[in-house]
Write a protein that binds this ligand. Structure first.
Ligand SMILES: Cc1cc2nc3c(=O)[nH]c(=O)nc-3n(C[C@H](O)[C@H](O)[C@H](O)COP(=O)(O)O)c2cc1C
Length: 372
């Protein structure tokens, strides 16, 4: 079946909900680190970057990863922080502008763990910390294995950031549990060698993430959305997997859902790939099937001209995006996050929602260089 522009527009334009939040359509801006916030303060250019995409019809913006208030959380002075008076004032203005443009927005709360190297900004004295002090792919510890006190501090930092998000007018939060950063370092056996209650089987490795979710849930209002992003793949280990079977995935997702996750954001690099043998479902599809929660899919939507061809081309050999619309229509997942295509073209959502697919621009990595 070949999707027509009007079918694409119609399916993507349907509103949906995450806990107390109504999202006006199915298009989500994927979180993308841009490093345009000197001092960790998102300025007027960051506010206009996001509000421009909201004005063009993105239903939900997930901001770039923004550091929680723990000195070891980051490795750049140009990544925005989600703590501190000036930083939060910057974010309040971002939220205000996005709302004025008709959009909704959640900050992605981030701790990079062992991806940090010693001496890096924004706090050069801070150590690199992780479940076992191991970098991805390493066998010898080069950082600090977190103590119970460290764990409590970081859990507290996520909860404080979530409370701040609600206070300054954000529409929810996304916890960054993906791509080999701190929370994922706990989830993945390759970096979690702990022998205490936070290490061992999949359920034990999920304990830290679940405690973060529970602490966030307890701090914010009952209807304030808490989204959890996770992935199989890691930076520097694209083939890594948390779960080889649906049963293993269920062991991870069930405690997270029980702790209070309202929606999952299942990060894959190509949305059309089946996650496990024997079924067509991608990672988001499996996540929804296993948890019953609203789910966001992501990965190469709109890249390489596939989007254009698959929507407008009669007899197109590309079935990926037809497949995406079919799956959305079947409620296998609920929302579609778009990353690079939205960097390339701030008007991407407006064009898709109006069926102006012939106007979409192919992605060019030069789009990474500026914040337009
Ligand atoms: C420049 C850039 C920065 C990114 N930064 C983040 C980030 O801060 N947090 C995150 O979870 N994912 C991040 N990602 C991954 C994206 O959210 C998304 O999952 C990925 O780009 C695949 O979607 P796409 O093919 O539509 O671009 C980043 C991707 C890019 C291209």
């Amino acid at each position: 079946m070949t999707a027509s522009p009007s079918r694409a527009a119609e399916i993507l334009a349907r509103p949906t909900t995450i806990n107390g939040l109504t999202v006006p359509n199915r298009i989500v801006m994927a979180p993308m680190t841009r490093m345009f916030s000197p001092g960790g303060i998102p300025g007027a250019d960051v506010a206009s970057y996001y509000s421009r995409r909201a004005a063009a019809g993105v239903g939900l913006i997930v901001t770039e990863g923004t550091y929680v208030g723990h000195d070891s959380a980051g490795n750049s002075g140009r990544v925005p922080r989600f703590h501190g008076e000036e930083q939060l004032a910057g974010w309040a203005k971002v939220a205000e502008d996005v709302h004025a443009a008709g959009g909704t927005i959640v900050p992605q709360l981030w701790h990079i763990g062992m991806v940090r190297e010693e001496g890096q900004n924004p706090f050069p004295e801070a150590p690199a910390v992780g479940p076992s002090g191991l970098r991805i792919g390493a066998t010898e510890a080069t950082g600090t294995a977190m103590t119970q006190r460290d764990l409590d501090d970081v859990i507290g930092a996520f909860a404080e950031a979530a409370a701040a998000a609600e206070r300054i007018g954000m529409d929810g939060v996304e916890i960054h549990g993906a791509h080999g950063y701190l929370v994922d370092q706990f989830l993945w056996a390759g970096t979690n060698r702990r022998t205490d209650a936070y290490g061992g089987d999949a359920v034990a490795r999920t304990k830290f993430a679940a405690e973060i979710v529970a602490a966030v849930r307890e701090t914010v209002s009952a209807d304030f959305p808490v989204i959890f992003r996770y992935s199989q793949w890691k930076q520097e280990a694209y083939d890594a997997r948390l779960a080889e079977t649906p049963e293993e995935l269920e062991a991870i997702l069930t405690p997270l859902a029980a702790a209070g996750v309202d929606a999952f954001h299942a990060s894959t690099r190509r949305y059309w790939l089946p996650e496990f043998d024997g079924a067509d479902l991608n990672l988001a599809g499996w996540t929804k099937k296993l948890t019953g929660k609203p789910t966001i899919t992501v990965g190469s939507v709109g890249l390489d001209g596939d989007f254009l061809n698959a929507f407008v081309g009669e007899g197109s050999p590309l079935k990926g995006l037809d497949d995406l619309l079919d799956r959305l229509e079947r409620d296998e997942f609920d929302m579609v996050a778009v990353g690079r295509a939205l960097l390339q073209d701030p008007e991407w959502a407006a064009k898709v929602l109006a069926g102006r697919l012939d106007e979409l621009k192919p992605y060019d990595a030069a789009a990474l260089q500026s914040l337009s």
